[in-house]
Design a protein around this ligand. Structure first.
Ligand code: ADP
Length: 323
């Protein structure tokens, strides 16, 4: 392995820069040249590929977003378009490609390794949604979680001043992890996720019970993959007469300086991706399970149903703590 390339693709997440940095520094340490592909698969087909040096990743570990930029590139699903991208790697003698992104980005990498046996591919899970199989945590999840916590702590101040019920809609696509983790961390009265059932009448009764006990405010965290904050408010107010306000946190959840946990995770996974390429591995996604680095075949990552990353015990605890 003499030359590798790295790209970021799909939705960006805090910590992607730290992962790129780890790939670049680890590879150069082992005398491997590294190329950065700008704007994900779009840059791959447009030949927007440039050599990265040690200094290219200086002063990036603390920055959110991705200095390589990200893009959606639906045309990469077409074989003849991918052939252009593969040719751009081949003409530089690049033998390994690290793709940092989500499930869709992994599929692009899998196609490359199927169609071009002389280019190895490794995926690194970069998304705030924590919705990729083969890892307990994705890069960006912890930062987004902390952004939500910070926002809800602020909302709580105004909620209690006015004795309001606040409904906070958080991101996560079809995955409820951001809602569940943040709900536990802010002490929400109710957490609504796509994975668990809910009964709005029960939720309303619980909130009313809290008000009767003299609670100053209530916080409901709702995952975007389950319903919008607005529809949650209109369903809730069918059952109780509360001053329910909705806050949609939106894209602030994708930004910001990565937390320590995300920087360390990104650095470990970036370094591991290079180790796998050096040992001849391909078509795998890296991850962390029980604090151990693991690599899982793309096929296994795609074929399994979505991994549940919380335990029944954790779910029970959210109920026990929100009485
Ligand atoms: P994410 O990686 O965050 O899941 P997307 O689903 O938008 O984001 O995928 C990112 C990019 O990966 C797409 O814009 C496309 O270039 C590429 N991609 C997605 N699915 C496929 C596929 N089935 N085959 C080839 N490339 C794909």
């Amino acid at each position: 392995m003499k030359k590798i390339a790295v790209l970021t693709s799909g939705g960006d997440s805090p910590g992607m820069n730290a992962a790129i940095r780890a790939v670049v520094r680890k590879a150069i340490y082992h005398n491997i040249e590294v190329y950065g592909v700008y704007q994900g698969y779009l840059g791959l087909i447009n030949d927007d590929i440039h050599k990265l040096e040690l200094g290219s990743v200086g002063d990036t570990i603390q920055r959110g977003g991705t200095f390589l930029y990200s893009a959606r590139c639906p045309e990469f699903k077409e074989k003849d378009v991918r052939a252009k991208g593969i040719e751009n790697l081949r003409k530089r003698g690049i033998e390994g490609l690290v793709v940092i992104g989500g499930d869709g980005s992994y599929r692009g990498a899998q196609r490359i390794s199927e169609e071009c046996k002389d280019i190895q591919t490794i995926g690194i899970p970069g998304t705030i949604d924590n919705d990729i199989n083969g890892t307990d945590f994705t890069i960006g999840f912890d930062t987004a979680l902390n952004t939500i916590i910070d926002s809800v702590d602020k909302i709580r101040d105004t909620a209690s001043s006015h004795a309001r019920t606040f409904i906070i809609e958080v991101m996560g696509r079809d995955c409820g992890d951001l809602a569940l983790w943040s709900g536990l961390a802010v002490g929400a009265e109710t957490i609504i996720t796509p994975e668990t059932s809910y009964d709005m009448k029960d939720i309303a009764e619980k909130i009313q019970h809290g008000i009767d006990r003299g609670k100053k405010h209530s916080i409901i965290i709702v995952a975007e993959g389950c319903m919008t904050g607005d529809s949650c408010a209109s369903e809730l107010t069918k059952y109780i007469n509360v001053d329910a306000r909705v806050s949609v946190l939106g894209h602030i959840q994708r930004g910001g300086s990565p937390t320590g946990a995300d920087r360390v995770l990104a650095s470990r996974l970036g370094g591991y991706a290079v180790e796998l390429l050096m040992s001849g591995d391909s078509a795998k996604g890296v991850g962390i399970k029980d604090n151990k680095l693991i690599a899982t075949d793309f096929n296994t990552i795609f074929n399994g149903s979505s991994e549940v990353k919380y335990t029944q015990r954790m779910l029970d605890l959210t109920k026990e703590l929100s009485i």
